[in-house]
Structures are given as structure tokens and as C-alpha cells.
Design a protein around this ligand. Structure first.
Ligand SMILES: *Cc1c(COP(=O)(O)O)cnc(C)c1O
Length: 396
């Protein structure tokens, strides 16, 4: 049966389950072959060579295109590979407008690699139309948006900005890693390209590195297929299968991630040693109303600032259930220190401008029980507090 008219939960659970007509396997097989026999000269089964098209990857690619309401999907070996493939649309003399509070790796790719090919970028608050106008140049070819951003959870009004981009005749590219199509579908709001680090929520188990691209429109989809095949940073069949296996439970996981993050953000907001909490579900978060309008839920990661930077080191040392580790979006809770980890490649001046300072921690809330997570964090903050007080008595 066609899954197209089913709700997203059903489409996710059934991902790949109705695609194998010969044996009826409900888990789509891993086709490891790189070469495919031609029936005769001038004929093909639709598969020729695995870099161009591969059966297991194809099921994943069609699924993500459908989930994101796009026309074509492309699976890449990582989120960065997906971004690199997208940025290959641009060349000498082209200019991009990019979200200010950006994933560090994307910033590094633009500033240290794409710059070698003559592609320049201006970083602006993409929710500020005046900033967009002043960032725009006659050679601007696209706008690259993350919403919410990471780590500060800045929200961009996608409908507004994508329609601005359309008027300017430039492409809108949205990194939808943090919300996934379960909560937000940028193409329905006017975007041309969606990119995912599928390593995060789509895979969901901290065990597969992958990137996905979805394009809208025939011409753009054909161009992306050309780049995807020509560059060759494609996802292998085993990882394609593992990613699909993870995506089947996306709905359940996202609901639990959101529920846990909402509880823990509220706990931290009321904590005397915490200065601020950055989470779009909080009613006083800037962009809360926009987020509510354009998404059906909230991500499972948020950031918070301690009142005093001296808490950071002991908190990271004392958390036990929550792992001190980079990455986000998996079933296991992870905490990172953006200023020295994920965002180290972003110059200090830009980091300060957006507020990524030495008091900020980012928390990717897993699907453990919220009470256990709160107990772990609460204990770590308490122990940190004790150490700081003892230090003051000794040295003061
Ligand atoms: C992790 C991440 C990337 C990069 O993806 P990889 O899979 O690590 O290569 C890009 N964008 C965002 C928002 C990310 O969180």
C-alpha cells in the first residue's frame, strides 16, 4: 500500500517495510553489491554502480524526501559531507548569508574550505529582516538557516525568511537536524533544501554517522543528484540500514526527548545557581511564539548558563548518568561545553556576540527517566557548589 496518506508516526514505523516484494522481508535488506548486471546493451535494472544509486540507500532516500515533503533525497556519509555536497552548488564569486549562531563545523567548512573556492559568507541574525537586507549582495546565492540554532536556540521565522529569499531570487537552505521532520518541515514553509546531520535524532542511538539532503524542485533535484554522484560522499548500505532502523522509532523518541527536556529546563530555570536557560519551549524564550507556529514540538536539547564559570569543571566531573561527550540527539543523555568543544572553531568575537561564553553548558537530554536525570544534575551542581565554597574558605 502507499504510505503517502498516513500520519507521520505510521510512515516512520513502516519505513522500508513494504518495499521488498520478493521475500516480503519487513526489514529492508542490506544490498552490499557495488555493481549491478545489465540485462542487455542499453538496458539497466535502475541500478548500475552503487555510488550513483544503491538499493538500500534508495529506500532511505525516498523515505526522507517524503517525510520532509521534498522531491528527492540524498544520503551522505556524514552531516558535513551533506553540507559539502550542497555547497558545491556554489563557486568562485558566490556569496552566502548564514545564521549567526551556527554549528561550528559548518562555519569551519565555509571559512576554511569553501573560501578556497572563492565562496564568501556573511553571518547575520537570520530573524532580523534589516540584517538580512544589509547582508544581501548582488552576488548572494543562498541563505543558510539553522532554527533553532545550537547552542543558543535562536529561532528564525522560516516562512518570512524563505519568502524574502524567494523575492531576492536566492535559495533557502535549512539545517533541520534539531527538530527533524517529526516536529518541523521547512520545505512546507518555503525552503528549497533541507539538510540533516542524521547522526543526531534521525539515527538517534549515538551509533551511526550520516547526513541527509532533501531538495524541492526538478532542476535542483537533478543538480543535487549530479553533485552527490560526482563528489561521492555517499552513505554505505550498512549505515543506510542502521539509520532506517533508528528512524522507525523517531516519533516515540522525539516525544520523550521533548517531555524530558521540558521538565529539566524548568528544574534548572528555578535553580539558584543557574543564570539562564535557553529552551524554545519556555514561554519567555525569544521566538517562542514563532517556534510554536512553525513546529509541532520542541527539540530535546537546550543550553543553560551557570551564574559562575567555576561551576563548569566540577559539574562535568560529577555528572554520572549524563555523559560528558560531544554530539546530541541520541537516547543517552550527553552534556557538552560549547566554548571549548563544538564551537571552538568559531572566533571568540562571534562567540561573544551570540553569547557562547565560558558559563554555558549544552545538554542533549536522552530518553532516560526525567527524575533520574534531574537527580544526577542536581547532585553534580551541589557537589560543585560545595567545592567552590570550600575553596573560598581555604584561600579566602
Ligand atoms: C552535528 C551537526 C552537523 C554535522 O553533522 P555530522 O554528522 O557530525 O557530520 C551539522 N549541523 C548540525 C546542526 C549538527 O548538529
Amino acid at each position: 500500500m502507499s504510505l503517502d496518506n498516513l500520519r507521520i508516526e505510521s510512515r516512520l514505523a513502516q519505513l522500508g517495510s513494504q518495499e521488498e516484494p520478493v521475500t516480503g522481508a519487513v526489514s529492508f535488506p542490506v544490498y552490499q553489491a557495488t555493481a549491478f548486471r545489465h540485462p542487455k546493451l542499453g538496458q539497466s535494472t535502475g541500478f548500475d554502480y552503487a555510488r550513483t544509486k544503491s538499493p538500500t540507500r534508495k529506500v532511505l532516500e525516498e523515505a526522507i524526501a517524503q517525510l520532509e515533503s521534498g522531491d528527492a533525497g540524498f544520503a551522505c556519509s556524514s552531516g558535513m559531507a551533506a553540507l559539502q555536497t550542497i555547497f558545491a552548488l556554489f563557486g568562485q564569486g558566490d556569496h552566502l548569508i548564514v545564521s549567526l549562531d551556527l554549528y561550528g563545523g559548518t562555519y569551519r567548512l565555509l571559512e576554511r574550505i569553501m573560501s578556497r573556492f572563492g565562496v564568501t559568507a556573511t553571518y547575520v541574525d537570520t530573524n532580523d529582516l534589516d540584517a538580512l537586507e544589509s547582508g544581501w549582495k548582488p552576488n548572494t546565492k543562498a541563505i543558510v538557516i539553522e532554527t533553532p540554532t545550537n547552542p543558543l536556540m535562536m529561532i528564525t521565522d522560516l516562512e518570512l525568511v524563505c519568502s524574502w529569499a524567494k523575492k531576492k531570487g536566492i535559495l533557502s537552505i535549512v539545517d533541520n537536524t534539531l527538530l527533524t521532520p517529526f516536529f518541523q518541515r521547512p520545505i512546507e514553509l518555503g525552503a528549497d533544501i533541507v539538510i540533516h546531520s542524521a547522526t543526531k535524532y534521525l539515527g538517534g542511538h549515538n551509533d551511526v554517522l550520516a547526513g541527509l539532503i532533501v531538495t524541492k524542485g526538478k532542476e535542483l533535484s537533478e543538480e543535487m543528484a549530479f553533485l552527490h554522484n560526482s563528489i561521492g560522499a555517499v552513505l554505505g548500505p550498512q549505515d543506510s540500514w542502521l539509520l532506517m532502523r533508528g528512524m522507525k522509532t523517531l516519533a516515540l523518541r522525539m516525544e520523550r526527548h521533548q517531555e524530558n527536556a521540558t521538565k529539566i529546563a524548568a528544574f534548572l530555570k528555578a535553580h539558584p545557581q543557574v543564570e539562564s536557560v535557553y529552551y524554545p519551549a519556555l514561554p519567555d524564550h525569544p521566538g517562542h511564539e514563532i517556534q510554536k507556529r512553525q513546529s509541532s514540538g520542541n527539540t530535546g536539547i537546550f543550553s543553560f548558563k551557570m551564574k559562575d564559570a567555576r561551576y563548569i569543571e566540577p559539574i562535568l566531573r560529577h555528572i554520572k548518568l549524563i555523559a560528558f561527550a560531544e554530539s546530541l540527539g541520541g537516547v543517552e543523555s550527553l552534556m557538552t561545553y560549547p566554548a571549548v568543544q563544538t564551537h571552538a572553531d568559531i572566533p571568540e568575537a562571534i562567540r561573544r556576540q551570540v553569547g557562547v561564553d565560558d558559563k554555558l553548558l549544552r545538554y542533549s537530554v536522552g530518553i532516560e527517566h526525567a527524575d533520574d536525570l534531574i537527580a544526577d544534575l542536581s547532585r553534580a551542581i551541589e557537589l560543585a557548589h560545595k567545592e567552590i565554597e570550600e575553596g573560598e574558605t581555604v584561600h579566602g
